[in-house]
Design a binder for this molecule. Structure first.
Ligand code: C2E
Ligand code: MG
Ligand code: MG
Ligand code: MG
Length: 286
């Protein structure tokens, strides 16, 4: 055995690659099954207007309620869904389900909510992306102005030319484009002036630092001012404290989203939440 015996480390490496490949295969099968067996669901996180204090809309966030794995975070399966192409049918389902949710809100009397839906670059790359998204919104009878697509900045940049035209077409039909996780990854101010977007979501990593890092305060202040000067709006994501909220309000941030307002919730909690929600007072001391 001595001659052909593999190096232990290589053997281990090969084994762990095989494990990884196997784990992926199982997960892929499970995910495919999940889509066909109603194991996917959307949670909704409210977004609040800083001026009026009212709920202006919700972001739809995907969850996988797996009988084997329990509640699985999108961070654990979106990439796999992208690699396998499953994100295409999943993305269509997310928009359909989100539109149906918005229609139910309408019937309950909430007629001016904006629903934000995350869109993967893989979806955006499909040649029929614009038509398939538009068909879902139209068939749902939702005013297109009440749907926003969240696109993550970093990925968009790489294939900017091809995709900006698609985003423009969606905007022409009334739908909104929001730039997600702004300031992370490949962030480039140069692109911001040309991108067909309506709103910029300032990444949670900046909001986290608003209390700890002295340089972050003027930085976030300036980002908001800059985005406004480009004629776009701002949402701060991941707002957890009253101090973050009051600083952001002070800088003129348009809307906030985060655990301070509410965690993402299942649909059955949305109407009770809307009925009970009271705009927060300015409490910079908390
Ligand atoms: P994202 O679009 O940036 O969504 C915001 C994430 O921050 C959500 O995580 C939300 O639960 C979390 N969050 C919001 N406020 C707070 C806060 O105050 N504190 C903390 N610690 N977290 C907060 P989630 O739901 O785990 O989603 C993670 C990411 O998965 C999303 O980031 C998005 O990129 C992706 N994702 C979620 N749903 C979909 C989907 O339907 N399609 C696609 N393509 N991606 C999705
Ligand atoms: Mg998002
Ligand atoms: Mg985000
Ligand atoms: Mg983020």
């Amino acid at each position: 055995r001595a001659k052909g015996q593999p190096d232990n480390r290589i053997a281990f490496f090969e084994q762990s690659m095989a494990d990884e490949a196997y784990r992926k295969l199982v997960l892929e099968e499970d995910l495919r099954h999940a889509l066909n067996n109603d194991e996917l669901l959307l949670y909704y996180q409210p977004i609040v207007d800083c001026v009026t204090g009212r709920v202006s809309g919700f972001e739809a966030l995907l969850r996988w309620n797996s009988p084997q794995l329990g509640m699985v975070s999108p961070l654990q399966f979106i990439r796999l869904a992208e690699e396998t192409g499953l994100i295409i049918p999943i993305g269509l389902w997310v928009l359909q389900e989100g539109c149906a949710f918005l229609a139910r809100l309408y019937r309950a009397g909430y007629v001016d909510m904006l629903l934000s839906v995350n869109v993967s670059i893989i979806q955006l790359l499909q040649s029929d992306f614009v038509e398939s998204m538009w068909a879902i919104v139209r068939d749902a009878g939702i005013p297109p102005e009440h749907i926003a697509f969240e696109i993550t900045e970093g990925l968009l940049m790489e294939t900017f030319e091809a995709n900006s035209e698609k985003l423009r077409l969606l905007r022409q039909r009334g739908m909104k484009i929001h730039l997600d996780d702004f300031g992370t990854g490949y962030s480039s101010l140069k692109y911001l002036q040309n991108l067909p977007v309506d709103l910029v979501k300032i990444d949670k990593s900046f909001i986290d630092e608003l209390e700890g890092n002295e340089h972050t305060v003027p930085l976030v202040d300036s980002i908001i001012a800059l985005v406004h000067r480009l004629g776009l709006q701002t949402v701060a994501e991941g707002v957890e404290t009253g101090l973050q909220h009051s600083r952001l309000a002070c800088f003129g941030c348009d809307r906030i989203q985060g655990y301070l307002i509410s965690r993402p919730m299942p649909e059955e909690q949305v109407l009770p939440f809307l009925k009970e929600y009271k705009p927060r007072q300015d409490n910079s001391s908390t």
